[in-house]
Design a protein around this ligand. Structure first.
Ligand code: 13P
Length: 336
């Protein structure tokens, strides 16, 4: 077993999942503005530290994705944030892309930037304790999109990023996200997501990536958020499995879904059914941002000193997601 594969298994085994706490300062400011909390480095750290020191970290969270600001912060006078995360048994990770910018040649689509100087940044992050990384490529669905150009460009960037990360001894999370925005059907989401993931693996293989040392972070197969025709969680699970079975090489050890704007309960229920029906060798777990933090953040905003109350909510959410990653969740457990 390679060192990279060992890291993957440490992060994803036994129903553990990933806490995606890597919101950029811009995104975090939007989240904090919406709950009337000032967005400054101290408050961003306070909320995140509250989660990272929760008791649920030890049992449910295998990895935490940090943002550049947070990986450089201290949890107290003697302990860095990556050190705090490591004491819980979770692996510290870092978002290394520089965000999605307008793609030249296709005004309505985006290309994720951040390859320039990446090797040097990765070496610094490794020294700070990171053992895995994240890069997110993002795609819109419409009758014209995603275009071949955007699929090609983002897949190429994801592959070049992954090569650099593995060279540096870290596990790349490969995140090609097809957004939920729009009135498209679940069938369209399936078709476009399969196309995007297949192309992504084509590029990864061209770059000689060790597929046993990556984590794929895809969207689930869902109808667009403006689509009239909803589908059941059973259908979401079956379509998602169909997509992954036909587009992900079997060497990939683990898949950790993003929540992508689903409610906490939807993201939990869908993950649970994916695991109930999972007839593949892939570990299927979560790498949620909003679906792990939303309720805790709302509660915290009412009294940012209420560490215990905030942690209780976070512990419950992480517990539910971990049960779902084992196919053992049920709606009744939410109210217990
Ligand atoms: P959400 O779960 O809120 O979609 O965030 C996950 C993530 O890391 C997106 O890049």
């Amino acid at each position: 077993m390679s060192e990279l594969n060992k890291i993957v298994l440490k992060i994803l085994s036994n129903g553990k999942g990933i806490l995606a706490a890597d919101e950029s300062n811009g995104t975090m400011t939007k989240r904090l503005d919406s709950i009337n909390v000032t967005s400054n480095p101290e408050n961003r750290l306070l909320f995140r530290k509250t989660l990272f020191s929760a008791s649920g970290m030890k049992d449910f969270i295998g990895g935490v994705i940090l943002y550049d600001e947070t990986i450089n912060q201290m949890s107290n006078l003697k302990q860095t944030i990556p050190e705090l995360i490591s004491t819980t048994g979770a692996v510290p990770g870092i978002k290394v892309d520089a965000g999605a910018k307008v793609l030249a040649g296709s005004t309505a689509e985006k290309i994720t930037e951040g390859l320039d100087g990446l090797r040097e940044r990765l070496e610094l992050y490794y020294k700070l304790g990171a053992r895995f990384t994240k890069w997110r490529g993002v795609y819109n669905i419409s009758d014209k999109y995603p275009s071949k150009l955007s699929i090609h460009s983002n897949s190429h960037a994801l592959a070049r990023y992954s090569t650099l990360v593995q060279e540096c001894g870290m596990v790349p999370i490969v995140e090609p996200e097809v957004l939920m925005d729009g009135d498209h059907s679940a069938e369209t989401c399936l078709k476009k997501t399969s196309e995007v993931i297949k192309k992504c693996f084509e590029e990864l293989m061209l770059n000689n990536i060790d597929l046993t040392g990556i984590i794929l972070k895809p969207n689930m197969i869902l109808p667009g958020n403006k689509c009239d025709k909803g589908i059941s969680s059973e259908e979401v699970a079956k379509l998602t499995l169909k997509c992954l079975k036909e587009s992900v090489p079997s060497d990939v050890p683990g898949i950790a879904f993003l929540s992508g704007g689903q409610t906490e309960i939807q993201a939990t229920e869908n993950l649970n059914l994916i695991n109930k029906y999972n007839d593949t060798n892939f570990i299927m777990t979560y790498s949620y941002g909003r679906a792990l933090q939303q309720s805790a953040l709302k509660f915290w905003s009412k009294d940012i000193k209420n560490t215990e109350g905030t942690q209780k909510i976070f512990n419950h959410r992480a517990n539910m997601c971990t049960l779902a990653a084992q196919g053992k969740w049920s709606a009744e457990l939410e109210t217990k």
